[in-house]
Design a protein. Structure first.
Length: 355
C-alpha cells in the first residue's frame, strides 16, 4: 500500500468512525454531540434556521434569484447558438461560470471552433436559502431540452461573490425518472441552508464527497459500504475500474489506475422536508495509463475522448486524464437507517497531460 492510499484510508476511516460514533451516541442518549465547528466553506453553507426564530429579510430574494437565473440562461442561449464563436463570445460564456462549471466550460471550448449545444430551458423552481453568509448562492431545478429534443431535469447552483455578477457554479442532470426531493420551506417559500458540519444528518455535507469518492473507487469493499446507495456513480465506477485493471494485466505494455477525490469547490446543502438534505458537491477523478515497456509508447494512441485536450497523439510514458464531476445527492436524517443516494451528475474531462 503506497503512502497516498494509506493517508486516504486514514482520513476515510476517521470520517466513518465519526459517523458511527455519532449514530451510536444518538441511539443511546436520544441526541448526539455535534462535531467541532468549522468556518464556513467558500460556497457559503450556513447554519439551519431555528423554526422558532422570527423570519429575517433574505439577502437574496426570490425575485432577485429569478432575474439572475433568467439573465444567465438567456445569455447562454444567445451566445451558445453563435457559429462560429468569436473570442469575445467565449469570454462572455466563461465569465458566467466559476468553480467546477468553469472547468467544464473551458474544456468544452479547448481546441474547438464549434458552438456549445443550444439548450431550451423550462420554468425554474427556485431553491433560495433565507439565511446565509457570503458568498451568496441559490439553486434552481429546471427542465433542459437538448437539440435532439430529449428533456432532462437540471439542478443549477449560482454564486455571487462581492463585486461580481451571478455565475453558474455547477450544473447536474438528474438521473432518468428521478424527481427532486421536497424541500423544507417557510411560509414565504424560502429554503433552509445547512452548515457543512450539520450533525442532524446521516452524513454531514462536508463528508459526502470523500465518502462518495471511496465508494466510487473501492465499491462494496470501501469504508462507504452501506452509507451510500449502490449505483452507476458509486459502485458502478468501482466495478469499471476493477474490470479495466484486469484487462490491462493482459497487456504487458500498459498499466492502469483511477482514483477519486473530493474537490476544492464549494459544497452546498439544503434541508429536505423529511429532515434530511439535498447536497451539491463535486469530485475529481484522475485516471492514469503508464507505459511499462518503453518501445510500446509509439504504438499506443491517446484515447479519442482525450485527444482534444492532449498535446501528443501517442502515449510516450504516461497519460493522465482528469475529470471534473458535479453531483447532487440526497442524505437522510440521522437515525433513519437509510443510505445517502446520488440522484444527479454531470461531468467530463477537464485536463489531459502526457509525458
Amino acid at each position: 500500500m503506497d503512502v497516498r492510499e494509506h493517508g486516504r484510508r486514514g482520513v476515510l476511516a476517521l470520517a466513518l468512525a465519526l459517523i458511527t460514533v455519532t449514530a451510536a451516541t444518538a441511539a443511546c442518549s436520544g441526541s448526539g454531540d455535534a462535531p467541532p465547528e468549522r468556518s464556513p466553506s467558500p460556497g457559503g453553507v450556513t447554519p439551519a434556521t431555528s423554526p422558532a426564530s422570527v423570519p429575517t429579510p433574505p439577502p437574496v430574494t426570490l425575485a432577485e434569484a429569478e432575474k439572475a437565473l433568467a439573465g444567465v440562461v438567456g445569455a447562454d442561449g444567445v451566445l451558445g447558438a453563435a457559429v462560429p464563436h468569436l473570442d469575445a463570445d467565449r469570454r462572455l460564456l466563461q465569465e458566467q461560470t466559476r468553480d467546477g462549471q468553469e472547468a467544464l466550460t473551458a474544456a468544452a471550448f479547448n481546441g474547438s471552433a464549434e458552438a456549445l449545444p443550444h439548450y431550451t430551458w423550462g420554468t425554474p423552481r427556485l431553491l433560495v436559502p433565507r439565511n446565509q453568509r457570503g458568498p451568496l448562492w441559490f439553486a434552481a431545478v429546471v427542465d433542459r431540452e437538448e437539440p435532439s429534443g430529449r428533456v432532462r431535469t437540471a439542478v443549477l447552483t449560482l454564486v455571487r461573490h462581492d463585486g461580481e455578477d451571478w455565475r453558474v457554479s455547477s450544473t447536474s442532470l438528474l438521473d432518468e425518472g428521478v424527481r427532486p426531493p421536497e424541500l423544507a420551506t417557510d411560509a414565504e417559500g424560502y429554503a433552509t441552508a445547512l452548515d457543512e458540519e450539520d450533525a442532524s444528518l446521516a452524513i454531514s455535507p462536508r463528508l459526502m464527497a470523500p465518502l462518495h469518492a471511496t465508494s466510487a473507487e473501492e465499491g462494496e469493499r470501501g469504508f462507504a459500504a452501506g452509507l451510500i446507495e449502490e449505483g452507476p456513480h458509486t459502485t458502478g465506477f468501482a466495478d469499471e475500474i476493477t474490470r479495466r485493471r484486469e484487462d490491462e494485466k493482459a497487456d504487458d505494455c500498459l498499466g492502469y489506475d483511477s482514483i477519486f477525490a473530493a474537490s476544492d469547490y464549494p459544497v452546498h446543502a439544503l434541508r429536505t422536508a423529511d429532515g434530511g438534505a439535498l447536497v451539491l458537491y463535486s469530485l475529481i477523478r484522475t485516471t492514469t495509463r503508464t507505459i511499462r515497456i518503453t518501445p510500446c509508447g509509439s504504438d499506443i494512441p491517446v484515447p479519442p475522448e482525450a485527444r482534444k485536450l492532449a498535446k501528443e497523439r501517442f502515449i510516450l510514458k504516461e497519460l493522465r486524464m482528469v475529470e471534473t464531476q458535479l453531483y447532487v445527492s440526497t442524505v437522510p436524517p440521522k437515525g433513519s437507517g437509510r443510505p445517502a443516494k446520488v440522484i444527479g451528475y454531470l461531468g467530463g474531462l477537464t485536463k489531459v497531460t502526457t509525458g
